[in-house]
Design a protein around this ligand. Structure first.
Ligand SMILES: Cc1cc2nc3c(=O)[nH]c(=O)nc-3n(C[C@H](O)[C@H](O)[C@H](O)COP(=O)(O)OP(=O)(O)OC[C@H]3O[C@@H](n4cnc5c(N)ncnc54)[C@H](O)[C@@H]3O)c2cc1C
Length: 401
């Protein structure tokens, strides 16, 4: 990581103005009454409304070019954006896959006609996107995917199955990777499509996850038709499109404002919880309490180190570097840290962890339980812990074999 040891923490006047405008927007538009964590339908509705509100304020897609409704925001501004949304506990917009990965694919590889047709409905959530990459036999080794697309009149017919497709049950478009040339080397035989999820032959079956929610799905294709005008990038270039979207996911790296998952509890909330319990004399007695205090101190220090690492990587990105391997290592460390934080919260709350204390109040009823359970997912999604360790050993430590 050449030069990336230096960190510039100061904001330019333009960056400060960007942050202040966003902060004022959030203060003016954040919903007062929030949907209950237990009411999935109400949360989805809140998320749809919030997506529209963001779009109306031109805050749904700050990283996009201005002519498509964005603000041409650079990496520092995008980091400020994420940090401000987390600080304000803003709801999550429903179309994060569309505004992030779908858009990254279209802006880089889409034709002008596709951009004209497919980009405008994304920011307000008029077309919700999902990502159709993983399959039962292709996750970490994504390039071994077997879903087939074969030439048909005017387009392609798709056969096969995807899995773990987040929000596919409400999606209008799916960014699909399918094998179009089984004879080609595995990375070269894949093509990307913006599939119409309402096409006949597409069947979505929801999967209920450990948090009790139904965000995941299996998606089956039985001769589903996709027009050639919905092919994103050249035939056989799907792997390049996939890499673009995966990099977009990584460049969205947060500078570690302490959010443990999405817009849920932050580490500052954990410290507030800890202090409240300590002041009320509710810490475990004896050695268990001392061990928990030590663990809190360790997690605090590690959290700060992660925050600084995030800023260091952000400075590198702002200089035009692509510290891809280092970002993987930060993902590895921060996801494990997140799980350890929630293990500590569980110990801190004891049996109450399962009963649902809503302290500190801003965190909301049931949020600790959900965060604890969801933290398990983070060491799997976007590349598992073992895969990140592999990247660390090969690309940073330079170990071969
Ligand atoms: C919250 C969440 C949201 C997701 N959303 C989507 C989505 O919207 N669309 C989508 O397409 N997918 C999505 N996924 C799927 C995700 O991309 C895959 O789960 C991930 O890539 C891992 O693949 P897998 O589940 O098939 O596990 P596998 O790749 O089968 O791995 C199983 C185990 O083997 C280990 N392993 C695999 N390869 C190696 C190796 N080379 N060296 C050492 N160990 C290895 C893994 O670390 C893991 O422990 C989501 C996952 C999560 C958790």
């Amino acid at each position: 990581m050449s030069n990336s040891a230096s960190v510039d923490l100061s904001l330019t006047a333009e960056e400060s103005a960007f942050r202040d405008e966003l902060r004022a927007f959030l203060e003016a538009h954040l919903p007062g009454e929030r949907a209950s964590l237990d009411d999935e339908a109400a949360r989805l509705e809140e998320s749809r409304r919030w997506q529209r509100t963001l779009a109306e304020g031109r805050w749904a897609v700050p990283g996009w070019p201005e002519r498509w409704g964005g603000r041409d925001a650079g990496p520092v501004q995008l980091m400020l954006y994420e940090a401000e949304l987390a600080r304000a506990r803003a709801p999550r917009g429903v179309n994060v896959i569309g505004t992030g990965w779908g858009a990254a694919a279209l802006l880089r590889h889409g034709t002008p006609e596709q951009q004209q047709r497919l980009l405008p409905p994304i920011p307000a959530g008029d077309e919700i996107w999902c990502q159709l990459f993983s399959e039962p036999g292709a996750g970490s080794d994504l390039a071994s995917l077997t879903t087939r697309a074969t030439r048909a009149d005017g387009g392609w017919r798709v056969e096969g199955q995807k899995v773990w497709s987040s929000i596919a049950q409400i999606a209008d478009r799916g960014l699909l990777l399918a094998r179009t040339d089984p004879a080609a080397p595995k990375h070269a035989g894949i093509t990307c499509f913006a599939l119409d999820m309402r096409a006949s032959g597409v069947e979505v079956r929801p999967i209920r996850q450990i948090t009790g929610e139904q965000e995941f799905n299996e998606v089956f294709f039985d001769g589903a038709f996709v027009a050639d005008s919905d092919r994103v990038g050249a035939e056989g270039a799907g792997w390049t499109v996939a890499i673009t979207t995966l990099m977009a996911e990584r460049v969205g790296l947060s500078a570690g404002e302490g959010t443990l998952w999405g817009q849920g509890p932050t580490f500052a909330d954990v410290l507030t919880l800890w202090r409240g319990r300590r002041d009320a004399g509710l810490l475990p007695p004896g050695d268990a309490g001392a061990a928990l205090r030590d663990e809190m101190a360790r997690l605090h220090i590690e959290g700060e180190a992660l925050r600084m690492t995030g800023l260091r990587l952000l400075s590198a990105v702002a200089r035009g570097e692509v510290p891809a391997a280092e970002m993987s290592v930060r993902k590895l460390a921060s996801d494990l840290w997140g799980q350890q934080v929630h293990d500590a919260v569980w110990q801190l709350l004891g049996v109450e962890a399962q009963l649902g204390p809503g302290e500190p109040r801003a965190v909301g009823e049931g949020a600790w339980q959900r965060a604890f359970l969801f933290a398990r997912a983070l060491t799997i999604g976007g590349g598992t812990t073992e895969v990140q360790k592999d990247i660390l050993v090969r690309r940073i430590l330079g170990v071969r074999g």
